[in-house]
Design a binder for this molecule. Structure first.
Ligand code: NAD
Ligand code: IPM
Ligand code: MN
Length: 368
């Protein structure tokens, strides 16, 4: 089949370390399955700032638009905390999401059986957990105008951001959530703060109308975001698909990550709608960040990034068999008690990031 054009953006901190393990899997797939990848690599985040004094270049944005899919590691770090906002590492990631129009951010939180004891919650609360957070990714307070810091007439200053959602933005995200629910447990929780925010009240009205018109076979519940955070740790298995905005989705997905044992386990896919040629732009990245506290020490858990690559195989490359293989490999590695430090349990020995990648390759060798 045609070679898939895959753009690698390793970024900062543990980004290059975890992406290095995906590279091993790509080599393995190339050797052991008849698949071909056209791999290219670019700079994003602090890595790009050091070379070009910006968080991502126009060329890299164009490469990302043209690629069949983008794999991103992580961006950011304390050394760039005082860089002006438009050139900060995070701005590179936000620009890619916005220009690629990746409004649908899928953040699945799945508890592997072998990791039930790694969760900070009781076994019975998390065992078998499988939820999907659909986070709107290109609007809301992350991008709303006006924003800034200004002097007040009477002295003092104010800092401000704006939460804005159009009906079209809510509708396209809600379509994705309802369609996901159709193939899953048939239930959507739409999460906002309609009790406090005008945009939240509007969100609820728009979702309610779309549901009544097109998805009445799906169970829809509305929930306030603060309650949702609480319910996620009280009884997470009540959820199937959570539909929420950019900021609440950021918070709730970190929270959901911890149910699975570690932030180092949570993958994500960010997708656009279909363009005029039927192409869906896509970027895959772990939910975690650059983890400056453990960067450069071969301590990071690469599984979130590896599972993100599995989503890439499944959603962008139409390689469900290879994605299944990879998911099974991860399950087996965990089942065999192979652990990085973040998911370690009593009596187990923690191994490094590279060794986890190697252990997975060895497991894949056994599976074919
Ligand atoms: P973080 O996700 O980088 O780290 C939070 C904690 O989780 C740390 O203790 C870290 O060691 C641990 N952790 C994260 N990933 C891990 C992994 N794979 N294996 C083991 N442990 C892991 O969040 P933070 O510390 O708040 O942010 C650090 C930097 O990363 C900031 O500059 C932030 O803006 C950036 N960030 C980037 C992304 C991204 O690129 N998508 C996401 C979140 C944060
Ligand atoms: C995430 C991150 C990003 C976000 C930052 C790094 C811009 O926290 O992907 O969850 O806030 O969306
Ligand atoms: Mn986040």
């Amino acid at each position: 089949s045609d070679a898939k054009n895959l753009l690698f953006l390793p970024g900062d901190g543990i980004g290059p370390e975890v992406m290095g393990q995906v590279r091993k899997i790509i080599e393995w797939l190339t050797k052991n399955r008849s698949v071909n990848f056209n791999l290219s690599e670019g700079l994003v985040g602090g890595a790009c700032y050091e070379a070009h004094k910006c968080a991502v270049t126009d060329e890299t944005v164009q490469d990302a638009m043209d690629a069949d899919a983008v794999m991103l590691g992580a961006v950011g770090g304390p050394q760039w905390d005082n860089v002006e906002r438009h050139a900060r590492p995070e701005a590179g990631l936000l620009r890619l999401r916005k220009e690629m129009d990746l409004f649908a951010n899928l953040r699945p939180a799945v508890v592997f059986d072998a990791l039930v004891d790694s969760s900070t919650l009781k076994n019975e609360i998390v065992q078998g957990l499988d939820i999907m957070i659909l986070r709107e990714l290109t609007s809301g307070v992350y991008f709303g105008e006006p924003r800034g810091v200004e002097d007040l007439p009477g002295g003092g200053q104010k800092g401000f951001d704006t939460q804005v959602y159009t009906d079209a933005e809510i509708i396209r995200a809600a379509h994705v959530a309802f369609d996901l629910a159709k193939k899953r447990g048939g239930k959507v929780h739409s999460v906002e703060k309609a009790n406090v925010m005008e945009s939240g009240k509007f969100w609820r009205e728009v979702v309610t109308k779309l549901h009544a018109e097109q998805y009445s076979d799906i169970k829809l519940e509305h929930m306030y975001a603060d309650n949702c955070a609480m319910q996620l740790v009280r009884n997470p298995k009540q959820f199937d698909v959570i539909l929420t905005d950019n900021l609440f989705g950021d918070l709730l997905s970190d929270c959901a990550a911890m149910l699975t044992g570690s932030l180092g386990m949570l993958p994500s896919a960010s997708l656009s709608g279909k363009d005029e040629n039927g192409k869906v732009r896509a970027m895959y990245e772990p939910v975690h960040g650059s983890a400056p506290d453990i960067a450069g020490q071969d301590l990071a858990n690469p599984l979130a990034t590896i599972l993100s690559f599995s989503m890439c195989l499944r959603y962008s490359f139409n390689m469900a068999a290879e994605a299944d293989l990879l998911d099974q490999g991860v399950q087996n590695v965990l089942g065999a008690g192979v652990r990085t430090g973040d998911i370690m349990q009593d009596g187990m020995k923690a191994i490094g990031c590279a060794a986890m990648g190697d252990a997975l390759i060895a497991e894949l060798d056994k599976l074919v």
